[in-house]
Design a protein around this ligand. Structure first.
Ligand code: AQP
Length: 326
């Protein structure tokens, strides 16, 4: 039997090249080797306010982006988190074995809570829901970007704590990070990770940005005071541009060095921009075809939910039995 893989993205804001290089590209690569479930985690998105009509549209947009990237719905299940009620049910059971101190230590919680006047409980509970998403399907591998590694560690801790308290119930999952592109940084500020919720106009390249905008954003990227690339002393902005190029084209470190060493920053940016444009153009064409077929996406999402629901229900049944619930 193939090892199960679970991963997801929040339908909050526009997916960017960080989401693609950190996670989605990896999903496409491994989908034939594992039993994959790729989720649109809408219950996570509502940990901060989402305008309902926009959220409904975003869920379908993310599904179309998964397909455009190359996820094959005949091979992998694509589903929406809120369409399988067991996610929320298991989350409650796991909440009851999770010390609040574990959640308060999460760096993403601290960063997001610091930006809000009144912090919703959902923001604190977010990693428990994420643990439920993964443990519900007894996933062995979770391919994510580096920003989610801490949440994955917490998932492992929650699974181990539950297994110790109630007996072997959950597979303890492994994190899978890409070797290049695990943490793409903001183009306007290479000390911050590229993020959907960041506000800067030239912070990120969104997967659906038109070529002109992609070029403009990359040409404005923050670098440093040196004139040209020195692979041994490059600052974070230049390293970020090189990482984007390498993650898209798959070159080795040696190929990168022999191509870019000594190149002027203006030329580096032009080459990165053309690489991103050329990779996203066919992707955007496929996206256009997918969204032009009425009913296609909803049918895929219904099918995905129907495929995974029996696994989820069995895990909830087992968890309830272990806990002595009715
Ligand atoms: N900058 C990044 N570099 C590499 N991988 C990244 N991921 C996110 N940002 C980067 C990976 O993308 C997947 C989906 O992320 P998410 O939708 O769960 O949200 P997130 O991790 O919180 O990403 P964002 O873009 O920063 O969204 P907001 O601003 O809404 O919080 C995950 O696998 C993540 O690791």
């Amino acid at each position: 039997m193939k090892t199960r893989v679970f991963s997801g993205m929040q339908p909050s804001g526009n997916l960017h090249i960080g989401n693609y290089l950190g996670a989605l590209k990896n999903w496409v690569r491994i989908q034939h080797d594992y039993d994959c479930i790729f989720c649109i985690v809408d219950l996570h998105a509502v940990t901060v306010y989402q305008e309902p009509r926009e959220l409904r549209a975003k869920i379908r947009e993310i599904a179309a982006l998964y397909l455009a990237a190359g996820i094959d719905p005949k091979v992998s299940a694509i589903m929406v988190q809120s369409s399988v009620a067991a996610h929320a049910e298991l989350a409650w059971m796991l909440t009851c074995v999770t010390p609040v101190g574990w959640l308060e230590r999460m760096t993403q919680y601290k960063a997001k809570a610091a930006k809000q006047e009144s912090v919703g409980d959902g923001l604190l509970q977010y990693p428990v829901l994420m643990a439920a998403d993964i443990l519900l399907y007894q996933a062995g591998i979770v391919p994510v970007g580096e920003d989610q590694a801490q949440h994955l560690e917490l998932t492992r801790d929650i699974a181990q704590r539950f297994n110790t308290l109630y007996g072997e119930t959950f597979v303890v999952p492994e994190t899978s990070l890409p070797t290049v592109g695990a943490r793409i940084m903001g183009l306007d500020d290479p000390m911050q990770k590229m993020s959907k919720s960041a506000s800067g106009a030239h912070h990120a390249v969104a997967l659906l940005d038109p070529p002109d905008r992609i070029r403009k954003t990359i040409m404005r990227a923050t670098t440093d005071s040196q004139p040209s690339v020195d692979m041994d002393s490059a600052g974070p902005g230049v390293l970020n541009l090189l990482a984007i190029y390498q993650a898209f084209c798959g070159w080795s470190d040696e190929q990168m060095r022999s191509h870019f060493q000594g190149m002027r920053y203006g030329d580096l940016k032009k080459q990165v921009a053309e690489m991103v444009v050329s990779q996203l153009e066919p992707f955007q064409q496929r996206y256009g075809q997918i969204v032009s077929e009425p009913g296609y996406l909803d049918a895929i999402l219904r099918d995905g939910a129907a495929r995974v629901a029996p696994v989820a229900e069995e895990t909830v049944r087992l968890t309830k039995e272990r806990m002595g619930l009715f």
